[in-house]
Design a binder for this molecule. Structure first.
Ligand code: ZN
Length: 225
């Protein structure tokens, strides 16, 4: 089914690319319209008044959206790595207002067991904003893994990321890498989990688990057919 509206809800600039950038590019190639909502600033936790850093990250996010073919990102502007300083209701309202605007049928967001508090709160806010009421138009919610947060969490079964849905992104890894290169300041050298080589290795691993050259993997939170 093409022509769908897709919404990616990411905590920080670059999570949208790390988590599901190649899948986003595939949706675009399939004729879907992909929207991105970025919840937190992504820079201020490192330097209290790093306004330049916040603006630079926004520019990176805009450039990454062009690389993937998604719509220009929306920024909720919440406090970086301190989303727990906001009322949950206000976080949920940001997701609700984006969802009301773009009326998505599919929503992608963070794994609920990530180490990062903003990732966890974003996950919770999406589930609350898209709860399955009679008029709800969201038909599917999928969660992605974010290198250097998902695998750094506790490893008990409840927290672990056990993927059930594999998207063939063999033709779209180049777009993902190009988008990551827009985030030069956020990327690290191999063997850091946030290096281009490690991102490619993860896609190869997820591909090998699903008979594909390269895949992005997801957990299924809900599918309504
Ligand atoms: Zn993040």
């Amino acid at each position: 089914m093409s022509g769908q509206s897709i919404l990616i809800v990411a905590a920080h600039p670059d999570d949208e690319v790390l988590g599901c950038g190649a899948t986003a590019a595939r949706h675009v190639a399939d004729g879907d319209t992909v929207h991105v909502l970025i919840m937190a600033e992504g820079a201020t936790s490192r330097d209290a008044d790093d306004i330049d850093g916040v603006e630079a990250l926004r520019q990176s996010a805009v450039a990454a959206a062009v690389a993937l073919g998604t719509q220009p990102p929306r920024f909720a502007g919440l406090a970086d790595n301190r989303m727990d300083s906001h009322d949950m209701l206000d976080i949920v309202k940001e997701v609700e207002s984006a969802a009301a605007d773009v009326t998505p049928t599919i929503v992608y967001t963070h794994h609920g067991g990530d180490l990062n508090v903003d990732h966890r709160l974003t996950h919770q806010a999406v589930l609350t904003a898209c709860r399955p009421q009679p008029e709800e138009i969201v038909r599917a919610i999928y969660t992605f893994e974010t290198p250097s947060s998902t695998e750094w969490s506790a490893t008990d079964m409840e927290e672990a990321f056990l993927p059930q849905r594999f998207i063939d992104v063999s033709d779209h890894m180049a777009a993902k890498i190009a988008a990551l290169e827009c985030y030069g300041s956020e990327m690290r050298d191999f063997p850091h989990a946030r290096s281009i080589k490690a991102v490619e290795a993860l896609a190869t691993l997820r591909g090998s688990q699903s008979g594909l050259v390269a895949a992005e993997a997801f957990r299924v939170i809900r599918e309504v057919i």
